[in-house]
Design a binder for this molecule. Sequence first.
Ligand SMILES: NC(=O)c1ccc[n+]([C@@H]2O[C@H](COP(=O)([O-])OP(=O)(O)OC[C@H]3O[C@@H](n4cnc5c(N)ncnc54)[C@H](OP(=O)(O)O)[C@@H]3O)[C@@H](O)[C@H]2O)c1
Length: 306
Amino acid sequence: MRAPTMTWDIRGKRVLVTGATNGIGLEAARSLAKQGAKLVLVGRDAAKTARCLADVRASAPGADVSSLLCDFSRQKEARRLAEEVLRRFDRLDVLVNNAGTVFKNRTLTEDGIEATFAVNHLGYFLLTQLLLERIIRSAPARIVNVASIAHRRATMDFDDLFYERGYSLVKAYGRSKLGNVLYTRLLAQKLAGTGVTVNSLHPGAVDTGIWSAAPAWMKPLIAILRRFAFISAEEGGRRIVQLVAGPELSGTTGQYFENGRIVDPAPRARDDALARRLWQESERLTGLKPGAQETDAAKPAAAGTL
Ligand SMILES: NC(=O)c1ccc[n+]([C@@H]2O[C@H](COP(=O)([O-])OP(=O)(O)OC[C@H]3O[C@@H](n4cnc5c(N)ncnc54)[C@H](OP(=O)(O)O)[C@@H]3O)[C@@H](O)[C@H]2O)c1
């Protein structure tokens, strides 16, 4: 899908990056601060986030960098984060949904949701929907959702969304990442005409903290990947930066990038009916009402269904 092309310069743009305290999120944050973006780092641990804030400021002297806290496994924290962003910042030019994780054993959040799905999919969905009006008002603007190639083997079973039967880390992770791609594509359709683009990406197989939670049987495979296939967190971070800052992508929306290039996602991720069903389910699970994010800027092209 192509949106009208607009000039894009990342300098001075307000960019919020979730999961900015490790791995590719931290590397992307460093790079974007150096390029002159006004950066908001979101972390979940206060001490670690403060360290990363100092680190990013040190690597980009004079840059406008601040931080906020949120544990995306708790919906009330995502709501508090959104309120804080709306209170503190008049504009939000780029939202990077990147915070992601895995769980060895099936875990339910305090909201009663399987934790991988809660953090990796509903975390993106809820924060984005709550900030959407502000993002639309800031247009031209961008939303970047960090998904994964793991979506390719995933299923979306609404009769057992939380894996009461047959949980595995790999299956739950894949489902959450399929959610990222489905959400991105449908959101892009709904945002047509607003000047806001939304794309998702697989950053590559990257040597980051996320692999440390893998079960014992995966460790030998990870060791081989680390030796022969993994790219560095810095390189993975550059894949995010490409989507955030690349002026050539001003008109690109609803796309999925793998290793820096636009490719078709899995057939299941292109199923519009599945995307609509997931959207409804995500609204239900987060307590968001359809149409709650209607704005003047979005009417009539995107109104009613945002
Ligand atoms: N690494 C890969 O090969 C790969 C491949 C495909 C996609 N991805 C995606 O890339 C994204 C970043 O992952 P990464 O590889 O950089 O992993 P990482 O090094 O483990 O970083 C993950 C980031 O997410 C944060 N996070 C985790 N759970 C959170 C929660 N409940 N609430 C708030 N923040 C939370 C972490 O916070 P802490 O610093 O406090 O832990 C950290 O900042 C994820 O969405 C992942 O699915 C990674």
